[in-house]
Design a binder for this molecule. Structure first.
Ligand SMILES: Nc1ncnc2c1ncn2[C@@H]1O[C@H](COP(=O)(O)OP(=O)(O)O)[C@@H](O)[C@H]1O
Ligand SMILES: [Mg+2]
Length: 315
C-alpha cells in the first residue's frame, strides 16, 4: 500500500503582460501529474531541464502553490495544510537540493545547521541534541569535528552529505532529492549515491529522486516517471523503462546516456541519428497538434505510456 498519493497535480504560473499587466497566459509547469509512493522504494523523476521536475517536488512538499490536484498523505488530504507546523507531514517529508551551498546559511556553523530541524521537530535536551548531531555525522561518514566548521570549509561532496544528514535528522519517511549529485564530479557522485542507498536500507526511507540524466538514476530507482513539458510521457518499473521503453522521448533520453562500453563515436552518432529520425517520423503518434503529449494509458500492469492509440479520438 502506498503511503502518499499525488493526484492530478497542476502548477500553472501566470504570465502577465500588456498595458494593464493582466494575466495573458500561463506556464503549465506541472500539467496533470499522478504518482504514488511506497515505503522503502525509490522513484525517479526524469526529464530535460525545464520539464517541471523541481516544480513537482516543491509543490509536493509545499514550497510551491498547487493550482489544482491533491496530495494525500497517510489517508489525509494535506494539499493546503502543509504549512501547519503540527502536521507530521512537514517532518516526515524532507527535501535536498542540487546546490547544498545555497541551502545552508554560510554564517552558521554545521552544529547550527543540523540543530535547526532537530529543534523544530524534536524535543531534546542540549546534551541529547549534541548526541543526535554526532550520530547524524556518523551516518554520512563524517566526524564530530565537522560541528564547529562552516559550510565553505567542506567540498561539494561533503556538503551534499551534510545536506543528507540534515534531511534525515528527524527520521523522515521520504526525501525528495532534486538533482542531488548533478553538481558533483563523477567519482564523488557514486559515493554520495552509495550513502543515500545505505541510509535508505537502514531507515526504510523512500526517495523521490529527480534527475535530468537517466544514467544516474538507473541503479537507484525502482520506479521511474519520464517528464516532458509538465506531463508524464511514460511511467514504469526500472526494467520497463530501461529494457522496454515505448515513448520516443524516453528513447531520446536513453540514447543520451554516455556509454562505458567502447563503442566508437561514429557508432554512437549513428544510434542517436536513428533515434532522431524515428522521433521525427512518428511525431504525431506521440504528440498532439499543440505539441503536448497524450494522457497516459496502461501498456502493462506496471507500465504506462502516453501514446495515441490506433482508435483515433478515443481519448
Ligand atoms: N516562479 C516561476 N514563474 C514562472 N515560471 C516558472 C517559475 N518557476 C519555474 N517556471 C517555469 O516552469 C517550467 C518548469 O520549471 P522547473 O520545474 O524548474 O523544471 P526542471 O526542474 O525540470 O528543470 C520552466 O519552463 C520554468 O521556466
Ligand atoms: Mg530543476
Amino acid at each position: 500500500m502506498s503511503f502518499m498519493q499525488i493526484k492530478d497535480l497542476n502548477v500553472h504560473y501566470p504570465i502577465r503582460g500588456g498595458f494593464f499587466n493582466t494575466v495573458v497566459d500561463h506556464v503549465y509547469a506541472v500539467d496533470g501529474v499522478t504518482m504514488e509512493f511506497e515505503k522503502g522504494k525509490t522513484y525517479g523523476l526524469v526529464g530535460e531541464s525545464g520539464s517541471g521536475k523541481s516544480t513537482t517536488g516543491k509543490a509536493i512538499i509545499g514550497l510551491e502553490k498547487i493550482t489544482s490536484g491533491s496530495v494525500i498523505y497517510e489517508g489525509e488530504d494535506v494539499t493546503n495544510k502543509r504549512r501547519n507546523r503540527n502536521s507530521s507531514f512537514n517532518r516526515d517529508i524532507q527535501m535536498i537540493f542540487q546546490d547544498s551551498t545555497s541551502a545552508m546559511n554560510p554564517r552558521k556553523r554545521i552544529q547550527d545547521v543540523l540543530a535547526e530541524p532537530i529543534r523544530n521537530f524534536m524535543n531534546l535536551s542540549p546534551k541529547e541534541e549534541k548526541k543526535r548531531m554526532i550520530e547524524l555525522l556518523e551516518i554520512v561518514g563524517m566526524s564530530e569535528e565537522a560541528l564547529l566548521k562552516y559550510p565553505h570549509e567542506f567540498s561539494g561532496g561533503q556538503k551534499q552529505r551534510l545536506g543528507i544528514a540534515r534531511a534525515v535528522a528527524c527520521n523522515p519517511k521520504m526525501i525528495i532529492a532534486d538533482e542531488p549529485v548533478s553538481a558533483l564530479d563523477l567519482s564523488v557522485q557514486a559515493q554520495v549515491l552509495n550513502f543515500m542507498k545505505d541510509i535508505q536500507t537502514e531507515f526504510g526511507l523512500s526517495y523521490l529522486f529527480i534527475s535530468h540524466d537517466l544514467g544516474v538514476v538507473r541503479h537507484m530507482c525502482d520506479h521511474i516517471s519520464i517528464m516532458y513539458k509538465g506531463r508524464f510521457v511514460e511511467q514504469g518499473t526500472q526494467k520497463d523503462i530501461y529494457t522496454n521503453p515505448q515513448h520516443v522521448y524516453t528513447n531520446r533520453l536513453l540514447s543520451a546516456i554516455p556509454k562505458i562500453e567502447p563503442t566508437t563515436r561514429a557508432q554512437r552518432k549513428e544510434e542517436r541519428r536513428a533515434v532522431e529520425i524515428a522521433y521525427r517520423a512518428d511525431a504525431e503518434k506521440y504528440y498532439d497538434q499543440d505539441g503536448k503529449v497524450y494522457p497516459l494509458k496502461d501498456f502493462s500492469p506496471t507500465h504506462k505510456v502516453a501514446m495515441m492509440t490506433s482508435e483515433r479520438g478515443e481519448n
